[in-house]
Design a protein around this ligand. Structure first.
Ligand code: SF4
Ligand code: FES
Length: 223
């Protein structure tokens, strides 16, 4: 995974911005334009807002491109008790919670509270989303199949482990709430294989299509 992290220091807060993880969801720009202004250099000015408001907006960055550390002793970002996976229409999977992504060899790739994972199959920064879904016109609704059975009686706390299977789906191990955007369907799951090749007919779940279409987790040009 590529990383390009920039730091912005304010009087009460240090902000880090990972360029590779920003998919221009514009949560920050829309909510605090005095701080986040893509037309200015530097584009982040941490002292142009109340530090608590700034921390709130950074915590709402769905990809984890933005993070902060308070230097005034104020509260840091908290890890939610329960993990959630939000299926974005025509877009990625947004994970929020206690998230750990590892390789199938158990090598840790990322530990974070907010992550956007590619589900169109075309990101050049897999398993992370790099906004390729927009450029390529990926289309997939965000509903969860009604016949998907909820995992019952699971402990709803704990780390959500995610393994991007080589040339295959995202394997989730740990409790999480799965839901779409603008869709009431919500299920609790504990183990699931979610599609990241873009080809499943049962999205967001894997249906084995990745093998038929020869999906590769290498970058787009190698598929
Ligand atoms: S909220 Fe996060 S992903 Fe969206 S534009 Fe800001 S930094 Fe980028
Ligand atoms: S990863 Fe897409 S069908 Fe398995």
């Amino acid at each position: 995974m590529k990383e390009d992290i920039h730091q912005y220091s304010g009087e009460n807060i240090e902000i880090s911005y990972n360029v590779q993880r920003c998919i221009h969801a514009r949560e920050c720009v829309n909510r605090l334009p005095a701080v986040f202004n893509p037309d200015k250099r530097p584009w982040i000015d941490p002292d142009n807002a109340d530090v608590a408001d700034l921390a709130d907006v950074i915590t709402a960055c769905p990809t984890g491109a933005l993070h902060f550390e308070r230097t005034d002793g104020g509260p840091e970002e908290t890890v939610p008790d329960e993990n959630s996976v939000t299926v974005a229409p025509d877009g990625p999977l947004y994970l929020h919670g206690d998230i750990e992504i590892t390789t199938s060899d158990d090598e840790t790739l990322l530990v974070n509270t907010r992550v956007a994972l590619c589900r169109c199959g075309l990101s050049e920064n897999k398993p992370l989303c790099d906004n390729s879904h927009s450029d390529t016109g990926f289309q997939a609704d965000s509903s969860i199949a009604e016949d998907h059975e909820e995992t019952e009686a699971i402990e709803r706390e704990g780390t959500l482990h995610v393994v991007p299977a080589p040339d295959g789906p995202l394997l989730f191990d740990g409790a999480f709430e799965l839901h779409g955007i603008g869709d009431d369907s919500t299920v609790w799951d504990a183990n699931a294989a979610l599609c990241r090749c873009g080809g499943s007919q049962d999205k967001p779940f894997c249906d084995g299509t990745h093998a038929e279409i020869g999906f590769s987790n290498e970058i787009q040009s190698d598929q």
